[in-house]
Design a protein around this ligand. Structure first.
Ligand code: DP6
Length: 361
């Protein structure tokens, strides 16, 4: 192990975008390992607008593991962080930086402590999948620092144990999280369906309806749904498996009409399942409903869908436009009907593309 008197610090910085599910994950069959009740499919977003940047550091002078999120220290004692750290430490490799005279053997990682500083460039815990980007970045940056020699799919299984949706953020483009069958979760991994260049005319517009933290976290919301909703069982067994096949086909064929129909229907069913939970969970608000109506009316008037909408565990709308021209028109209409910051309804818009995982280290 490196001499304790040495005052070196080894750093890695990585950037990981968030992802938005077009076929939703909602409900776990195993809470500890984070194993879902159905497959899900997502689009990874442009990291310039919605991403987490994380710097991880190791030094013999650190006396315990510490983490800061958006400048505020948070506890790392939670089971999820600890599961990821345990998995990563057990797979860590030898690291050498000849220039700095640093040599860390794989056994040293069990004794060395790390510091993690993470920053989201978008509202945290407001239903914009901040945990997906955050935990994916946590795992990705530490895996680099610790020289973990595993492929993306193995890393996705580690990120999954931090937050389910995080496993999908380890890939760009269109990503499927396969629910898997094994009890130990070894086959519950993310795979890339198509890379970021595929279907690159799609444009994503996020309407930040509220940047407040949600009242019911995804984790507790889905636990209550699993315990009380009969509709969830129907969804997981009967609806989603068929939808996944159709969605894969729509993505492969760049079939926007099917893509939009499936995306909107799945978002609506997810929120119906939330309503079917006891006590019911309301993630969308009046503004969300008005945005749905606007898009539905437009799509009907056009004869074929031009815009898809989807809402996660919060009121913010994620809209996917067929192409740049449609995105321009959509933005015009949104700005007319929902001008940002004129009342409390809507604070801002974020416009971006699908993109790839970017490593700023
Ligand atoms: C509505 O991944 O945040 O965004 O696994 O408990 O951390 P945990 O939940 P999380 O849930 C995301 C739910 C969703 C749908 C989705 O992203 O598929």
């Amino acid at each position: 192990m490196a001499d304790e008197s040495q005052k070196w610090v080894l750093l890695v910085t990585a950037r990981t975008p968030t992802n938005i599910a077009v076929i939703k994950y909602w409900g776990k069959r195993d809470e500890k390992l984070i194993l879902p009740v159905n497959d899900s499919i997502s689009v990874t977003l442009d990291p310039d607008h919605l991403c987490t940047t994380t710097t991880v550091a190791v030094s013999p002078t650190f006396d315990h593991d510490r983490m800061w999120l958006n400048g505020k220290e948070i506890s790392l004692s939670g089971g999820r962080f600890q599961s990821c750290l345990r998995e990563l430490r057990s797979r860590a490799g030898d690291v050498e930086d000849k220039e700095k005279g640093i040599k860390i053997s794989k056994e040293d990682w069990g004794k060395l402590h790390i510091h993690i500083a993470s920053y989201n460039n978008f509202p945290t815990a407001a239903g914009l999948a901040s945990s997906a980007a955050g935990l994916a970045c946590f795992v990705f940056s530490l895996a680099k620092l610790m020289n973990v020699n595993e492929d993306q799919s193995k890393l996705s299984a580690i990120a999954r144990q931090g937050s389910g949706s995080a496993c999908r953020s380890l890939y760009g483009g269109f990503v499927k999280w396969i629910m898997g069958k094994e009890e130990n979760g070894s086959d519950s991994v993310a795979v890339q369906l198509a890379d970021e260049k595929h279907w690159d005319e799609l444009v994503i517009i996020v309407a930040v309806v509220s940047s407040r933290q949600k009242e019911t976290s995804s984790t507790s919301g889905m636990r209550e749904t699993v315990e009380t909703s009969l509709l969830l069982q129907h969804r997981a067994k009967e609806v989603v498996p068929k939808r996944i096949l159709k969605m894969e086909e729509a993505i492969r064929n760049r079939d926007f009409a099917s893509f939009a129909q499936l995306t909107c229907a799945d978002s609506n069913q997810f929120h119906a399942v939330c309503l079917d939970t006891s006590p019911p969970i309301f993630y969308m608000n009046d503004t969300s409903h008005r945005i749905i109506s606007l898009v539905e009316k437009w799509n009907r008037a056009e004869g074929t869908p031009q815009v898809a909408y989807t809402f996660d565990a919060g009121p913010n709308a994620v809209m996917i436009a067929h192409n740049r021209k449609v995105a321009g028109l959509l933005l015009q209409r949104l700005l007319y009907h929902f001008p940002p910051n004129t009342d409390a309804d809507l604070s801002s818009y974020i416009v971006g593309d699908k993109s790839i995982l970017q490593d700023a280290g």
